[in-house]
Design a protein around this ligand. Sequence first.
Ligand code: Q46
Ligand code: ZN
Length: 306
Amino acid sequence: MKRCLWCRQKAVIYMREHRLALCKNCYPKWFLRTTERTIKDWKMIAPEDKVLVAVSGGKDSLGLWFALAQLGYAADGLYVDLGISADDYSEKSKSYAQQLAERLGRTLHIVSVSEAFGQPVPTLAKASRREPCSACGAVKRYLFNRFAVENGYTVIATGHNLDDEAATMLGNVLRWQLDYLARQAPVLPAKDGLVKRIKPFIRFTEKQVALFTILSRIPYIEQECPYSVDAASLFYKDLLNRIEERSPGTKWSFYAQFQKHLQPLLAERMGEPPLRPCRECGMPTTTEVCAVCRMKAYTRDMVPLD
Ligand code: Q46
Ligand code: ZN
C-alpha cells in the first residue's frame, strides 16, 4: 500500500508523472495549489477581473467552480440549457449546477437556447445540417461570450483538462491543422468583442479532476450527453493514455512544450482572422453573418417546439 508523501496516511492516488502519492486530505490541497499556480503562471485572472465559469453540470466544470471559490475567486456560473430532452439530459445537468450554486452561495445564471433562438440545439443542428456537437459548440461559444459582454464579465473559465486538450492537439497535429493549432492555448486574450477565455485545469488529467470533485463531495452528472459520440477524440485519449503508461509525463510535455515553443510562433505566423460585427446580431465574427445567425435563419419558418 502506498502512503501519502506529505503525511504518511493511506494514499488514494499515485501520480506517476509527479512521483507523488497523496491521501484524501492532502490531495485536494495539492490540487488547489496546482490550480492557483496555473492561474498565476499563465496570468489567467487579474484582481479586477469578473469571472464567469461555463458550468455544464459535469465533473470538470463543477470542480472548477468549486476550486475557484476555494481559492477566493468570486466567480459566478453560467449554465446554457441546450434543450436536450433525451434521457432528461439538460434538466438533470442543470439541477447539479443549481445544487453547487446553492452550496457556494454564488449566482448561477441560466440561458436557454430555445428561448434565445426559438429552438433547442438538436433542432438547430438538424435544420442547419450540422452535426449536433458542431452546432452545440458554436451556440455555446456564442451565448457565453454574449452573456459575458452584456453582463460585464471579463473572463470566461472552462473546465477543459489535459486529456481534452492533448487529444484535440493530437488530432490537429495529425492533420497539421495549423490554424486550429495556432488558437489552441490555455489563455485566449480578449479581442474585438471576444471576452478572454481561460482553462485553469489544463495541468490535470481527467482522473485527477474526477478525484478532486468526488473528494469535495460535489454531485455531478455522470451520464454522457446522448450526442457525445466523438469516437476520434476518445481514440486519441486512449492512445495518449497508452503512451503515458509507458512513459509517464509524456502527455504534459506534448502539450506544454508545444505551448512553450511552437504555439507562439504559429500564432504569429498564421495571423488572426480579422473580426467584424455580425450583420444580424453585432457579435464578433469572421464572416458577414455569424454561424449562429446563419443557423437561426434555417429555422425561421419552423414552429417553435415546447
Ligand atoms: S453537450 Fe453539446 Fe457536448 Fe452534447 S451535443 Fe455534443 S457538444 S456532446 S461537450
Ligand atoms: Zn450573428
